[in-house]
Ligand binder design. Structure first.
Ligand code: ZN
Length: 158
């Protein structure tokens, strides 16, 4: 049985993935699949201009996984500032794994890991989490938007 189902998301009004049963921390939930391209291709092709970095996953110094395909179900997972899953890469495989216990019916969310740059306002975040910084920016960079995230690492482990 699959650990997820596709449902309309509360976060962005499109689709998202939801836990179809209770999931234990550390469980691999879904394979993030796509096409492997070289980092050079990413640099040189207009397809990879800033509009869709959401689907790019850097595998190593030479290769990137491009998950921008309708058959990549894991690409439906939304970003949250209080994510319950994360991407977990090994070699050329990328999994979405639970980083805490997830209850049946919860939406599965990841940290998209966007860096902070001059374009960050292009990607507003509507995750609704208490610690939402308002934009899709990786946890370690949120303090650049608002000083109160400087201590961000402490948040959920209580
Ligand atoms: Zn947020």
């Amino acid at each position: 049985m699959k650990l997820y189902k596709i449902k309309k998301s509360k976060i962005d009004n499109r689709r998202g993935l939801y836990a179809s049963k209770d999931i234990k921390k550390g469980t691999k939930i879904i394979n993030y699949i796509g096409k492997i391209v070289t980092n050079k291709e990413v640099e040189n092709s207009s397809k990879y201009d800033n509009d869709k970095p959401i689907y790019l996953f850097t595998l190593n110094s030479r290769f990137t996984l491009d998950g921008d395909f309708h058959w990549n179900t894991a690409g439906l997972i939304n970003h949250s500032c209080d994510n319950n899953c994360d991407y977990d890469g090994k070699g050329f495989k990328v999994w979405v794994s639970a980083i805490r216990n997830i209850k049946k019916g919860e939406e599965l969310t990841c940290d998209y890991g966007f860096g902070f740059d001059k374009d960050y306002k292009q990607f507003p975040c509507k995750c609704g989490a208490k610690n939402c910084c308002g934009y899709i920016v990786r946890e370690g960079s949120r303090f650049r938007i608002n000083k109160k995230f400087a201590m961000g690492r402490n948040k959920t482990n209580k």
